[in-house]
Ligand binder design. Structure first.
Ligand code: HEC
Ligand code: HEC
Ligand code: HEC
Length: 465
C-alpha cells in the first residue's frame, strides 16, 4: 500500500488538453463565427444569451463564458468530455437542469459548494473541475450563474462516458486532504488598482488561466512561486505569460494581449493553437473590451519570472514576405519539390542525408508535408482557415520541444469546422521531423540557425507519448 501522501499526489490532477476531444458548436450556431476575424465586433453577442431570460440569468450567461464552463462541459453542458490527468481520464458531468442526469435537484447552496469546495451533494469532486480557482468566486457571480443554469435546455441523458478509476484512486474523500494544501490555488496581490483587481479576479478565479500556465507542485496543485511562468500540458506547452522580457510576454503591449485573447492571433507574432484555442474559442473572444483590458493590465504587474525557455525576438528582416496568395502559385511552386521530396523521402529514412542536400531536402520535406496547408511562404492558404506560421512565438523558442510536439502529434483548432493538422510521428522519421523543424525555425521564425537533431525529436516524442 502506498503512503497516503503519495496516493494524494498521484490522485492530484493536472488539467491537460481537453482540446482534442471537445466538439463545439454542436447545434449552437456558433459554427460560423470566425476565430481569425481580426476586427472587433461592435457589440459582442453571446450565443448562450437569450432575450427571453431575465437580466440576472443573462449576466450569469456572461459569467459562464468568463469561467469557461463550456470548454469542459460542452456548449450544451451535456458533459462527457475527458480531462486527461496523470491518473487517467476524468469525465465532465451533465450540468443541465435535468433532475435525473444533471444538476436539476441542486439548491443554490449545493451549487456554491460544488464551485467553491468541489463538493457535490453526495461526493467529493476531483480537481479536474477547477474548484481550487472558482473558490474565490463572488456570491453575486455564483447567484447569477445559478439563475442562468436554470434556463439552460435540459439534456435528459447521461454523458456518453463517465469516470471509472481503479481503487484506491476512486476514493473521492482523499481529495479532502489534498484540498487543505491546494485550495485556494492563488493568492491575491496588494496595491492593485481597481482595474487590476478586476483583472486578477478574472485571471485567477474565473478564467483560471493558471490551471494551464502555472507549473505544478509535488502534489500536483498549482505552484504559487511559479505563478503563470509556463507548464507542460500533455502534448502541448503553455508558455510563460509573466512580464519577463526574454522568456515571457514582457515585450507584448496590453493591446497585443487584448488582440490575442480576442482573435487568437497576432500577425507574425503569436497564434493560439490547441488548448489555448479552446480558451479563446469558448471564452475570451466573448469578453468585453473592459474585461480583456483588465486582464492585460493585470498581467503587466505580476512578478516577472525568468525561466530557461528563452524566446528569440523576431528578426523582421529575416522573415519572408508573402509571395502570392494564389493557390495556383503555391501548387506550381510545390510541384518540383514534391517530385524531389519523393526521392529524398526514401533516402533519408534509411540513411542520413548528405550535408550538401540537407537544405534542399528540408525545403522539399516542408513543401511536401506542410506546404499545402501553410503555404510555400508560411503565410498559409488564404481561403482555408489554416494558421499562418511566420514569426510565431511557438517556433522562436530556444527549446524546440513545443514545435516538435505540434509536428509529431498535430493540432486541432477550437472550431469543428476548422481543419485539423495531422501528426507526423508515424509518417516521418525523427531525422525528417528534425529537418522540417530546423527549416521552419530558420525560414519562418527568423532564427540565425537551428540545430535540432533526430535525438531531440525522439526525446520529445518519448516524453509526450
Ligand atoms: C477544466 C474543466 C472544467 C471546467 C472549466 C468546469 N468544469 Fe465542472 N466539472 C468538471 C469535471 C471533470 C467534473 C466531474 C468531476 C468529478 O467527477 O469528480 C465537473 C463537475 C461539475 C459539477 C458537479 C456535477 C455533479 O453533481 O456531478 C458541477 C456543478 C460543475 N462541474 C459546474 C461547473 C460550472 C458551473 C463551471 C463553470 C463555472 C464548470 N463546472 C467548469 C470539469 C470542469
Ligand atoms: C486549457 C489550457 C489553457 C488555458 C486555460 C489558458 N491557456 Fe494560454 N496558452 C495555452 C497554450 C497551450 C498556449 C500555447 C499556444 C500555442 O503556441 O499555440 C497558450 C498561449 C498563451 C499566450 C501566448 C504566449 C506566447 O508567448 O505566444 C498567452 C498570452 C496566453 N496563453 C494567455 C492566457 C490567458 C490570459 C489565459 C486566461 C484567460 C490563458 N492563456 C488560459 C494554454 C492555456
Ligand atoms: C492539413 C493541413 C495541415 C498540414 C498538412 C500541416 N498543418 Fe500545421 N497547422 C494546421 C492547422 C489547422 C493549425 C492550427 C491548429 C490549431 O488551431 O490548433 C496548424 C498549426 C501549426 C503551427 C502553429 C502551432 C502553434 O499553435 O503555435 C505550426 C508551427 C505548424 N502548424 C507547423 C506545421 C508543419 C511544420 C507542418 C508539416 C510537417 C504542418 N504544420 C502541416 C494545418 C496543417
Amino acid at each position: 500500500m502506498k503512503p497516503l501522501s503519495m496516493m494524494i499526489s498521484t490522485l492530484a490532477l493536472s488539467v491537460l488538453s481537453v482540446a482534442s476531444n471537445v466538439a463545439i458548436a454542436d447545434g449552437t450556431g456558433i459554427v460560423n463565427s470566425n476565430l481569425t476575424q481580426s476586427s472587433l465586433p461592435p457589440s459582442i453577442s453571446l450565443p448562450n444569451v437569450s432575450p427571453i431570460n431575465n437580466d440576472l440569468a443573462n449576466r450569469g450567461a456572461y459569467i459562464a463564458r468568463t469561467a469557461d464552463c463550456m470548454a469542459c462541459h460542452r456548449e450544451d453542458y451535456s458533459g462527457g468530455v475527458p480531462i486527461e490527468t496523470p491518473i487517467g481520464n476524468i469525465y465532465s458531468t451533465n450540468i443541465t437542469p435535468s433532475t435525473q442526469y444533471g444538476i436539476g435537484n441542486y439548491t443554490e447552496a449545493d451549487f456554491t459548494k460544488a464551485l467553491r469546495k468541489g463538493r457535490a451533494p453526495n461526493h467529493q469532486l476531483y480537481p479536474a473541475m477547477p474548484y481550487p480557482s472558482y473558490h474565490g468566486m463572488t456570491d453575486d457571480d455564483i447567484s447569477a450563474l445559478f439563475a442562468y443554469f436554470q434556463t439552460v435546455p435540459v439534456v435528459d441523458k447521461p454523458p456518453e462516458k463517465t469516470t471509472r478509476l481503479p481503487f484506491p484512486l476512486n476514493i473521492r474523500s482523499l481529495m479532502l486532504a489534498w484540498n487543505v494544501i491546494n485550495v485556494p490555488s492563488t493568492k491575491s496581490r496588494t496595491g492593485l488598482t481597481p482595474m487590476q483587481q478586476r483583472g486578477e479576479y478574472l485571471v485567477n478565479n474565473l478564467e483560471h488561466c493558471g490551471t494551464c500556465h502555472t507549473p505544478r507542485n509535488l502534489t500536483q496543485g498549482l505552484d504559487k512561486d511559479g505563478y503563470l511562468s509556463g507548464a507542460p500540458l500533455g502534448k502541448w506547452f503553455a508558455p510563460n505569460i509573466t512580464p519577463d522580457n526574454d522568456t515571457g510576454i514582457g515585450r507584448w503591449s496590453e493591446r497585443d494581449i487584448v488582440t490575442y485573447l480576442r482573435t487568437g492571433k497576432i500577425d507574425k507574432r503569436a497564434y493560439a493553437g490547441g488548448p489555448m484555442a479552446e480558451a479563446v474559442g469558448h471564452s475570451t473572444r466573448y469578453l468585453t473590451d473592459e474585461d480583456l483590458s483588465a486582464m492585460a493590465n493585470y498581467l503587466k504587474v505580476i512578478p516577472a519570472i525568468k525561466t530557461d525557455d528563452y524566446l528569440i525576438p523576431v528578426n523582421v528582416a529575416r522573415l519572408p514576405n508573402p509571395i502570392s496568395s494564389s493557390i495556383t502559385y503555391d501548387l506550381l511552386e510545390q510541384k518540383d519539390y514534391l517530385a524531389q521530396a519523393k526521392t529524398n523521402t526514401s533516402k533519408t529514412s534509411s540513411s542520413d542525408s548528405s550535408k550538401s542536400s540537407a537544405e534542399s531536402s528540408s525545403k522539399a520535406l516542408y513543401l511536401a508535408h506542410c506546404g499545402s496547408c501553410h503555404g510555400v511562404d508560411g503565410y498559409a492558404q488564404p481561403d482555408a482557415r489554416y494558421a499562418a506560421i511566420v514569426g510565431l512565438s511557438s517556433i522562436r523558442r530556444a527549446k524546440p520541444d513545443a514545435l516538435i510536439g505540434v509536428i509529431a502529434f498535430g493540432a486541432k483548432g477550437a472550431f469543428n469546422t476548422a481543419p485539423k493538422m495531422p501528426g507526423f510521428e508515424k509518417d516521418l522519421s525523427p531525422a525528417q521531423i528534425a529537418s522540417i523543424t530546423n527549416y521552419v525555425r530558420v525560414n519562418f521564425g527568423g532564427l540565425p540557425s537551428s540545430e535540432v537533431s533526430a535525438a531531440d525529436v525522439k526525446r520529445v516524442i518519448k516524453e509526450k507519448s
